[in-house]
Design a binder for this molecule. Structure first.
Ligand SMILES: [Zn+2]
Length: 330
């Protein structure tokens, strides 16, 4: 079967702090939307990650401390409950399983996971994230693939993911995000270091950017880079807090906008796609955003985007492109 596979486990609901914005209700709402799509989607429960998978990205002492940690706050934003360690291991396992499916020919595999991952550093939990699912997925993929692309359209910059691959050319990290904003990283001139120079691509956008601006960032910067980098696998850090109604972001994307980004990426690149849920906190709109992005990757109708472009975003995209021209033909 080559229909898209959704990787989900009830373990993801065990990470829970009542009243916290990164809630189990987010995932319940998404799954309520996706379950009726059975026939067009396949559903599978992934196994937990192994310790060595986690240690490919995280310090062994940190892995041990998270897995042995009970209920409590790790910082102002990031919590653990009784079920968090199991949820985090299963989320990383979903990321790995999705990679295996992709590398064995599945065109789209989506981990509907919690907790999210892209802020998690090698030895520090941060921004609701415990283990960096996308980074763990990419490290696993490198056992078979030589070039992996991570596309991060969450409203926040994926500082953890950037850090893990900052010195490596075999994982190209592309992020488009609100800037300045949490976590403070993601400047356009952070382009990588050593052998990794030119393989870290940040497109910081001002608050108020919408579908048209994101499309512009993809068309002017990401798609030409993808065309010459030619990754064997694409991992999407799919955050939906870029939506106009999200409480943690100030962007103006619509649900259809995520479909458009997915469609553009798919049309530019023949590599199979692993989509991993990151942020997205408006529970009313989150399910339609997720659905639209899946439909975009599946080549199906996801609705009409708002094509409006803003002058402030155009200027930032121009600046980011000017920086990347040192490394890529844009
Ligand atoms: Zn986010």
């Amino acid at each position: 079967m080559r229909i898209p596979c959704i990787l989900y486990s009830d373990d993801f609901l065990g990470h829970d702090l009542p009243g916290h914005v990164e809630s189990r209700e987010r995932l319940l709402a998404i799954m309520e939307r996706l379950r009726p799509m059975s026939g067009r989607l396949e559903f599978s429960e992934p196994p937990p990650a192994g310790i060595s998978d986690l240690e490919a990205v995280h310090q062994p002492w940190y892995v041990k401390s998270i897995l042995g940690h009970g209920r409590g706050r790790l910082d102002m934003d990031t919590y653990m409950s009784e079920g968090s360690a199991a949820a985090a291991m299963r989320a990383a396992g979903a990321a790995i399983e999705a990679v295996d499916l992709a590398l064995s020919g599945r065109s789209l595999s989506a981990g509907m996971v919690r907790p999210p991952g892209h802020h998690a550093l090698p030895a520090q939990a941060m921004g609701f994230c415990l283990f960096n699912n996308a980074a763990i997925a990419a490290m696993h993929a490198l056992k078979k693939a030589k070039k992996v692309l991570i596309v991060d359209w969450d409203v926040h910059h994926g500082n953890g993911t950037e850090l893990v691959f900052y010195g490596r050319p075999d994982v190209l990290y592309f992020s488009v995000h609100q800037y300045p904003h949490f976590p403070g990283t993601g400047a356009a001139d952070d382009t990588g270091t050593g052998e990794g120079e030119g393989y870290n691509v940040n497109v910081p956008l001002p608050a108020g950017s919408g579908d048209g601006d994101y499309v512009d960032a993809f068309q002017r910067i990401l798609l030409p880079i993808v065309g010459s980098y030619r990754p064997e696998l694409v991992i999407v850090s799919a955050g939906y807090d870029t939506h106009h109604a999200d409480p943690l972001g100030d962007m103006r994307m619509t649900a259809a906008g995520f479909g458009e980004l997915a469609s553009l990426l798919k049309s530019a690149c023949s590599a199979n796609v692993v989509l991993l849920l990151e942020g997205g906190y408006n529970i009313e709109h989150l399910p339609s955003c997720v659905e639209a992005s899946l439909l975009g990757f599946m080549g199906e109708d996801y609705g009409r985007i708002s094509g409006e472009r803003t002058a402030a975003a155009a200027e930032r995209i121009h600046e980011a492109a000017a920086i990347q021209k040192k490394y890529w033909r844009l």
